[in-house]
Design a protein around this ligand. Structure first.
Ligand code: NAP
Length: 286
């Protein structure tokens, strides 16, 4: 098993990275950042986003696993105290591969079309002022948008920026993309849906912009500046990201823990623990 490791760069993550390499050496794992089978990210969900973009050209051939140095994350499921258990499992067991949909973003300018993948979302903004854009769904005009921006997220990104702008949370086993608005202006000329819209895999949306606009395209944690953009086509990517699961990491538990609290806090009593009988295709407990 060849692995690559990325850490957040803070002292705790670096210390854990050193520990990981030592434990891995002792168990016969090979550090091979150039051609890994497994990408280990130590830090947080933001670190896993960086790891994803470092290997996005090989996303079909690698699997990711994340160690969180703070509270449990959405992508990083292992705690810093569980490093030894994780390395032992990597060295001795075959993980289940759980795949999540990605977003394909094609930026069409007068001279070229550039293509990107996002794990969380793509956000379009116009830093110089209000964004004015026509949104087409499946090549048909849908609405004229005027406002702060448009967020197009993946199912696993639906708990990120999308949630802060009141988008719905989508289970990552659903192949879909979600369009959410950032402070849209609604009047007689500009009228938007006003709620988020979820498109299935076989649909796409185009955001048609004025080529003279100076635009900011935010792809996960990355910000790109563009001029001369005619349209931006968003669709569910054919590629998916694969996670190596060595134990269950149920999505709705993550959502509950991140945004609501544990069941004990909700009801004042413990829920009976379900007996673990394996994982389904989406990496959820059966
Ligand atoms: P950041 O501003 O340093 O951190 C954003 C926060 O979002 C971090 O707490 C991060 O978790 C968390 N996060 C990342 N992906 C998530 C997901 N899929 N579900 C729930 N929480 C998630 O930026 P960053 O670390 O570079 O991450 C970029 C992401 O930040 C973007 O993709 C976007 O989703 C999110 N963002 C949110 C807002 C907002 O809510 N208003 C605005 C801009 C960007 P960790 O602490 O574990 O890293």
């Amino acid at each position: 098993m060849k692995y690559a490791l990325l850490d957040r760069g803070d002292s705790l993550s670096r210390e854990l990275a050193e520990q990981f390499h030592k434990l891995a050496r002792e168990r016969g794992l090979i550090s091979n950042p150039g051609s890994p089978d497994l990408i280990v990210s130590i830090g947080g969900d933001g670190t896993l986003l960086q790891a994803f973009h470092s290997f996005s050209d090989r996303v079909q051939d690698v699997a990711f696993v994340g160690v969180h140095t703070g509270h449990l994350g959405f992508y990083a499921d292992w705690k810093k105290t569980e490093l030894e258990e994780l390395v032992t499992l990597i060295a001795t067991s075959e993980p289940q591969k759980v795949s999540y949909p990605l977003l394909r973003i094609q930026v069409v300018t007068d001279t070229e079309t550039k293509s990107y993948l996002a794990l969380n979302e793509f956000t379009l903004k116009r830093p110089g002022g209000t964004l004015v854009a026509q949104l087409n769904i499946n090549d048909e005009p849908f609405e004229m948008f005027r406002g702060d921006g448009i967020v197009v997220s993946t199912p696993s990104g639906s708990t990120g920026y999308n949630k802060s702008v009141h988008g719905a949370i989508i289970h990552p086993s659903l192949e879909a993309l979600q369009i959410a608005e950032l402070a849209s202006i609604n009047n007689r000329v500009y009228r938007t849906l006003g709620s988020s819209a979820i498109l299935p895999k076989h649909h796409h949306c185009d955001i048609v912009t004025d080529p003279s606009d100076d635009l900011a395209l935010l792809i996960d944690h990355l910000t790109l500046r563009f001029q001369g953009v005619r349209s931006i086509i968003c669709s569910v990517a054919d590629d998916k990201i694969h996670f190596a699961r060595y134990r269950p990491f149920p999505f709705w538990n993550r959502v509950r823990n991140a945004f609501i609290g544990s069941p004990k806090e909700i009801t004042g009593q413990n829920f009976p623990k379900k007996k673990f009988t394996g994982l389904d295709d989406a990496g959820e407990e059966k």
